[in-house]
Design a protein around this ligand. Sequence first.
Ligand SMILES: Nc1ncnc2c1ncn2[C@@H]1O[C@H](COP(=O)(O)OP(=O)(O)OP(=O)(O)O)[C@@H](O)[C@H]1O
Ligand SMILES: [Mg+2]
Length: 372
Amino acid sequence: MPAIIADNSGKILRASAGLRELTGYCSRELSRMPLGLIAGDGRPFPEGVSETWLFTKDGGKVLVRACASSSSGAVLIIFHPLEREKELADSLVAARAELTTRQRYLEDFREGVFRMISDLDRSESELKGALQKLSETQMQLMQSSKMTALGELAASLAHEVAQPLTVIRGVSQGMLRSMTAGEAGALAFEKVNLISEAARKMEAIVKHLRVFTRVTPPAFEPVDLNSVVRDAFLILKEMLIAHSIDTVIDLAPVPGIAGNQTRLEQVIINLVTNARDAMPDGGVLKVMSLTSERDGKRYAVLTVEDTGTGIPREIIDRIFDPFVTTKEAGKGTGLGLSITAGIVKEHRGYIKVESDPHGTAFHVFIPALEKC
Ligand SMILES: Nc1ncnc2c1ncn2[C@@H]1O[C@H](COP(=O)(O)OP(=O)(O)OP(=O)(O)O)[C@@H](O)[C@H]1O
Ligand SMILES: [Mg+2]
């Protein structure tokens, strides 16, 4: 630290190493040097704190804050170079700025880490979702290979059973005809009638199975959905009247579709038959067509709506799976809707269902035929 001890006459008695270093003078040169030659303006040095100059040996000067105190005939003056203070202040400011930068960097870093953690969380949940999807797909694959095996089994079964069934049905009907002519008792008639009826139901199952297990895709051609509806109702009309069902057909012009008339008729027959079964005491059946546009694609839409009992909640997610039925044995095979879904899929369409205890509506969307 630069400091001087001077006597009352203002002569330097001792100078610290800090002062020697600052001024460039050696101890000998400083000894007895008048204070005015090295500090201040020649006047007696003021007590207390003041700002003044320190003169260096090489003719320079340093601005200092001098702190003088006298005691027992000597004066002690300690000098604080203001330049160094400024330097210190500057470096303090720089250090503070550095600290702020570091703090900001730390905050950015902390934020980055948080972001990374939340990204990791998100990726983890995305991964979980993907895994879930993967296992679902795996399940579907297993399901579909099971279904293929089941389909092959069903196809050969249908083939094997069809022939003897035709025989049973033909013979029992022949017997019935001769019996009505009075050749046998009422009991026998009833029994043969039972055989004939059972064979008819089995034939219906076999017919379903054949459609269900068809391997080769049907021929597609431009089809008007509305004329498919009209043709299907030629068959369905009487049956609906017999079940006290009022039918409302409301067909709007729809775009042509690429399809197979017979297969599409099957869709309508299956949906209408289900609607009939859902209205055992009669009701209203509405069949509508309209054009719909979704995701920039045009669709011909067919709606089959009934005022029936609605689809039971416990099976609504599975109604398109084969063999799902709520009908008593012999009345339903549970294949109708799975066949329907298969046909709609062949036509690159999809089905939507709305159902509550007051009725059900099936909406079948088939993409419009693209113009070349
Ligand atoms: N319109 C409807 N209203 C109420 N329930 C329905 C309707 N359509 C289908 N379901 C329910 O979905 C089940 C499955 O229908 P699906 O057509 O596949 O088989 P099914 O009618 O039982 O038998 P199948 O059509 O093979 O003779 C039905 O048993 C019935 O419970
Ligand atoms: Mg059905």
